[in-house]
Design a binder for this molecule. Structure first.
Ligand code: SF4
Length: 226
């Protein structure tokens, strides 16, 4: 799924606009405050775009779903509406109610929000983010070592499939994996996903297949390693 597809971008702007409207309603903000917080959120757009550019230039990270340095503008509009305007109103209300204690609590929650969100994403999605320079074949190797070890061997797809995929990774690392073998192992992986008895066998091919799909060119052109 492309998280930056036009449909999802439009949906994210619409959802954050609704969230903002709900927050504005329950915070009982007046019209002037609502306009003020919306205007104050506008500079967040160039600020985050600049940060993304700096992060990309220094090789820290970039959006995995687009090849450009910056995400589409709608992405930043949604961020400004949510993290700027809506959070701004919440902060205003909390600080007004609890003053300095409210400010400290709000800043603490705001600082921890990203960590909690990313942890939640990692628990509920199938994404894993690796830093630049990571050898994805070694990643697949590590995963498959684990799954070969953990497979209980009760059902055939998992018992035979994981060692076959591990063998394919070892051959790919040496630059000596015959295309026919790789093709048959890919088919085996797809079979494991539907025919294995439990979740271990059904999910164990996912990383391998995903790495082949996403890094096929790099893997095909890499220099053989020991
Ligand atoms: S899929 Fe589950 S039951 Fe089948 S061999 Fe693997 S671990 Fe055992």
């Amino acid at each position: 799924m492309n998280l930056l597809s036009p449909t999802l971008l439009i949906a994210s702007v619409a959802i954050t606009a609704i969230v903002f409207a709900i927050v504005a309603f329950f915070s009982r903000a007046g019209l002037r405050r609502i306009v003020g917080v919306l205007l104050a959120a506008i500079p967040i757009i160039p600020m985050v775009m600049s940060y993304d550019r700096i992060a990309s230039d220094f090789g820290w990270w970039h959006y995995p779903s687009v090849t450009a340095v910056n995400a589409p503008l709608a992405w930043y509009v949604a961020a400004a509406l949510g993290f700027g305007a809506a959070f701004g109103l919440v902060g205003w209300r909390v600080i007004r109610r609890w003053e300095m204690r409210g400010l400290l609590a709000f800043l603490l929650v705001f600082a921890l929000f990203g960590v909690a969100r990313d942890y939640g994403y990692s628990l509920t999605t199938r994404f894993i983010v690796f830093g630049p320079g990571r050898d994805m074949l070694q990643v697949a190797h590590n995963f498959l070592d684990f799954f070969v070890e953990e497979s209980c061997g009760q059902c055939t797809p998992c018992r035979l499939g994981n060692p076959q995929m591990l063998e394919a990774v070892k051959l790919l690392k040496k630059g000596a994996c015959p295309p026919e073998f790789l093709k048959s192992v890919k088919e085996l992986g797809a079979t494991m996903q539907v025919a294995s008895k439990c979740g271990l066998g059904q999910t164990s091919p996912s990383a391998f297949l995903s790495i082949l799909e996403g890094f096929g060119d790099e893997i095909a052109n890499r220099a053989p390693s020991a």
